[in-house]
Write a protein that binds this ligand. Structure first.
Ligand code: LRH
Length: 492
């Protein structure tokens, strides 16, 4: 039997879910109460998140739990990183948060780099230089929408926007703050020198609290299971929650948190901010229990998500499983792209951009759904191999296994190719690692788990896991050399 039950709200860039979870001493019981999809939309030329849908669906999911009987002791929200809401003094949002895929980010990063230098930005924080980082959104606000900043009293990261709606809390959670590019990852404090150099007012930066902090009672007039619930912040960055729930079999294994993005890295005890990490643009993200994730973003399933949208616009309504089967029938490693090229970052006609990339670089141009998808999937696997090599070079230790969690853990072809490309055994699952990690940290705060070791053992007992062994079907080493030359030609 389960002593305590919590609700985890997990918001991804494409979909969200509200989950009820408890621990019976051996197994982790997880039950998805509500699922929904959402997407940002362009309003007056700005790509914004649909806050009405997001908050409506969170409330609908919680209402379902409230009516479902029993007692739910706490609620916590995790969401994608880097995006933020700006709040007025009266507690209302200045406007709907802008999405990190708004084209403004590229110009803003260039302007910030021109102003203070790429080295200064990395050295102050230990965070990889990526156009999507919060500090570039903020410098764009200052430059293009100064009224937005003037009207704002506080910034909160996306999950904490919801914690505020649910409890009135005005703090931000550490792992979410670690995605801003404004936190010094050696100390966990705001990098005030960098903020000042970029002209970002200090007053915006909120108090930072650790995962597991109780930030107040749940508001919203719930009268059933949630009537006495607390709001306990989980690792509010979705990737941080996902990594809590990885059933690692090998210490130091490479993880891939695979969703819209693929976050590829290792868990370490302390931040690594030095010339070798900077040279390969490895980032230090904050984790639960004082851990750091040394990782890099790989473009992820976004490539397939955007291709699928375009094929649908073109009249072919294909499911991901169909696309994967068509890709599997292709010979493989015929053409590859640098998956992380900024030309794939923004929404649009991704099949055409992949074709143009192949044409420009003198490779066979994929012309069918299967060939384009195979090019994207091969390129992702190759991108994972590249991060594995970067981590090996920086830490001096080569991981001996790979764990994949998140929706991408279901993708059999990508998982097999990941094993082939890295030459390592791959273990996939759980698919719902993020919601599980979120719930597990709330349960730990309530005394149900003693810590991450016990959490991971419970996940291992509860999840369906699939394993892959490497096959030497293709010349991945040669493809890796090609990827390096393609990437240097892409430019910064
Ligand atoms: C994955 C993720 C990733 C961030 C990106 C914005 O959902 O949080 O860790 O870099 O979204």
């Amino acid at each position: 039997t389960v002593a305590r039950t919590v609700a985890a709200v997990d918001l991804g860039a494409e979909s969200g879910r509200v989950v009820r979870a408890g621990f019976d001493g051996t197994r982790f019981e997880v039950d998805i109460a509500h699922r929904f999809t959402h997407s940002p939309r362009t309003e007056n030329g700005i790509l914004r998140w649909d806050m009405d849908t997001l908050s409506g669906e969170v409330t609908a999911g919680l209402a379902r739990l409230d009516a479902g009987g029993g007692v739910v002791d706490s609620v916590g929200v995790d969401a994608w990183g880097v995006d933020y809401g700006l709040f007025r003094v009266d507690g209302r949002l200045v406007d709907s948060p802008t999405c990190y895929r708004d084209p403004r980010q590229l110009d803003a990063m260039k302007r910030a780099v021109d102003a203070v230098g790429a080295d200064a930005i990395y050295d102050a924080t230990g965070v990889q230089l990526m156009p999507i980082n919060t500090i570039f959104g903020l410098t764009s606000d200052l430059h293009d929408h100064p009224g937005r900043v003037a009207a704002a009293e506080k910034l909160l990261m996306m999950p904490d926007v919801f914690h505020r709606l649910l409890s009135g809390s005005t703090s931000t959670e550490y792992t979410a703050a670690s995605t801003t590019g404004a936190l010094d990852m050696r100390t966990g404090r705001w990098a005030t020198g960098l903020l000042t150099a970029l002209g970002i007012p200090d007053r915006l930066m909120p108090e930072v609290v650790q995962p597991g902090t109780d930030v107040g009672e749940l508001r919203g007039g719930f009268t059933g299971a949630l009537s006495a619930a607390r709001v306990i912040v989980p690792p509010a960055h979705d990737t941080a929650s996902a990594v809590v729930a990885i059933p690692f079999t090998e210490p130091g294994a490479l993880f891939i948190s695979s969703g819209t993005w693929s976050l590829v890295g290792v868990e370490t005890a302390s931040a690594r901010v030095d010339a070798s990490a900077k040279a390969v643009n490895l980032t230090n993200e904050g984790g639960y229990g004082g851990t750091i994730r040394l990782l890099r973003n790989v473009m992820g399933l976004w490539l397939l998500q955007e291709c699928r949208k375009q094929w649908r616009r073109d009249g072919a309504d294909l499911g991901y499983a169909e696309i994967a089967e068509l890709a599997r029938a292709e010979p493989g490693l015929v053409s590859v792209v640098n998956p992380d090229s900024t030309e794939f970052l923004m929404p649009g006609d991704l099949p055409r951009r992949i074709q143009e990339y192949c044409a420009r670089t003198g490779q066979p141009v994929p012309s069918t759904v299967g060939a384009i998808a195979r090019c994207a999937i091969d390129s992702l696997a190759l991108g994972y191999r590249r991060v594995l090599d970067a981590i090996t070079a920086v830490t001096g230790t080569r991981p001996v296994a790979v764990n994949i969690v998140g929706g991408g853990a279901r993708h059999a072809l990508l998982s097999q190719l990941t094993s082939d490309a890295t030459g390592l055994p791959v273990r996939c699952g759980p698919v719902e690692a993020t919601a599980m990690g979120n719930a597990a940290v709330q349960l730990a705060a309530l005394g149900e788990f003693s810590g991450v070791t016990e959490i991971r053992a419970a996940v291992e007992n509860s999840a369906d896991l699939t394993e892959y062994e490497p096959h030497a079907r293709h010349d991945w080493a040669a493809a890796a050399v090609l990827l390096e030359s393609l990437t240097s030609a892409d430019g910064p």
